[in-house]
Design a protein around this ligand. Structure first.
Ligand SMILES: *[C@@H]1O[C@H](CO)[C@@H](O)[C@H](O)[C@H]1NC(C)=O
Ligand SMILES: *[C@@H]1O[C@H](CO)[C@@H](O)[C@H](O)[C@H]1NC(C)=O
Ligand SMILES: *[C@@H]1O[C@H](CO)[C@@H](O)[C@H](O)[C@H]1NC(C)=O
Ligand SMILES: *[C@@H]1O[C@H](CO)[C@@H](O)[C@H](O)[C@H]1NC(C)=O
Ligand SMILES: *[C@@H]1O[C@H](CO)[C@@H](O)[C@H](O)[C@H]1NC(C)=O
Length: 295
């Protein structure tokens, strides 16, 4: 009997026909609760939308509102080596280096003189190309400077279609990652890239350096400089046609049949290299191995 009573109690709680209550509340009470929550959530959504709207109004499409303090940009090489950062091939095996040449072809095609002439300006070298906004008046779109493929001379792939890979004198192309607003030189001194043998660990407290194997290097443009006219960079939206300047390094007499560890660094009188915060900033390292004997 007690059980039945309990069951009835439950039934009554769900729907009580006497008082016409559902789960202990009348329809009008439920209606009021639902109405309250609907109004409450509409109010919250409205508040959120209003906040977002006000926030977005303060953003500038062309410039990041918040940017880390002038950091040292990373450097990348082309042809991109795999995760091990190793470029290895055999001179005799065309297929082993043809892909490197193709990668460079593809990478450099936006730098074709014809395209650069079409898209970009001939700027005055050795000085920043400043195009500041005057107050609220945006100076957009901003122009960009030509970086002609032919400026890479022997590493442009125009006269030497295989970038020296076929004769064991390969070209590596280096670019500096974009940093909006960076002015990488002081006193008219352009930043430049320099490559050398990298010190690497071979055992506990034992280091080695391949400086005797790296051979002579040649840089294009001369001295491996990134001309100041390519800076500052104003961002993708403001400077639609921007072409990052490049530096090519040609290895003229690198020791073959051995792995050579190389590190390239950017030298600029106001970019600190390898800060505590990011020891890979401003430098890139890779291995180069050119085989002349069939393996
Ligand atoms: C750039 O020039 C190279 C060689 O001169 C040519 O093969 C390539 O198709 C050109 N690329 C573009 C996008 O015009
Ligand atoms: C780029 O190449 C074009 C055509 O060859 C030439 O007219 C122009 O002066 C070059 N620009 C630079 C900055 O060297
Ligand atoms: C970007 O390049 C296109 C041609 O590809 C040109 O018509 C346009 O004027 C250029 N824009 C700027 C801002 O340099
Ligand atoms: C390259 O560097 C040398 C020595 O620092 C300097 O004399 C020469 O003018 C530089 N060349 C160019 C094209 O900047
Ligand atoms: C190339 O390097 C080797 C040592 O690795 C050296 O004996 C030779 O003289 C160098 N050749 C040139 C042309 O510099």
């Amino acid at each position: 009997m007690a059980k039945d009573g309990e069951k009835d109690g439950w039934k009554e709680f769900i729907w009580n026909p006497r008082t016409r209550e559902f789960l202990g509340r009348t329809a009008s009470s439920w209606g009021l609760i639902i109405l309250f929550y609907v109004v409450f959530y509409i109010f919250l959504a409205g508040l959120f939308a209003l906040t977002m709207y006000v926030m977005l109004q303060t953003l500038d499409d062309h410039k990041p509102t918040w940017q880390d303090r002038l950091s040292t940009p990373g450097m990348v090489i082309r042809p991109k080596a795999d995760e091990t950062f190793e470029i290895a091939y055999s001179i005799k095996d065309t297929e082993s280096w043809d892909m490197y040449a193709q990668t460079l072809d593809k990478f450099l095609s936006p730098y074709n003189n014809s395209l650069q002439t079409q898209k970009n300006d001939e700027c005055t070298p050795d000085q920043y190309f400043l195009q500041e906004d005057s107050g609220d008046v945006k100076n957009n779109p901003k122009r960009s400077c030509q970086f002609n493929r032919t400026m890479l001379e022997e590493c442009s792939g125009i006269n030497d279609r295989y970038y020296g890979y076929q004769e064991g004198k390969p070209c590596i192309i280096i670019k500096l990652n974009r940093v909006i607003g960076m002015l990488p030189g002081k006193d008219g001194q352009a930043p430049y890239v320099s490559c050398a043998a990298k010190r690497y660990k071979v055992g506990k407290n034992e280091w080695r350096e391949d400086s005797d194997k790296i051979g002579e290097l040649m840089y294009f443009p001369p001295n491996g400089t990134f001309n100041l006219m390519y800076y500052p960079y104003y961002g993708k939206k403001a400077q639609v046609n921007y072409s990052q300047p490049l530096v090519a390094v040609k290895f003229l007499n690198i020791t073959t049949n051995q792995e050579v560890n190389i590190e390239c660094r950017i030298f600029a009188n106001n970019i600190p290299v390898g800060s505590e915060r990011d020891k890979y900033a401003g430098r890139v390292s890779f291995k180069l191995r050119i085989n002349t004997v069939s393996t």
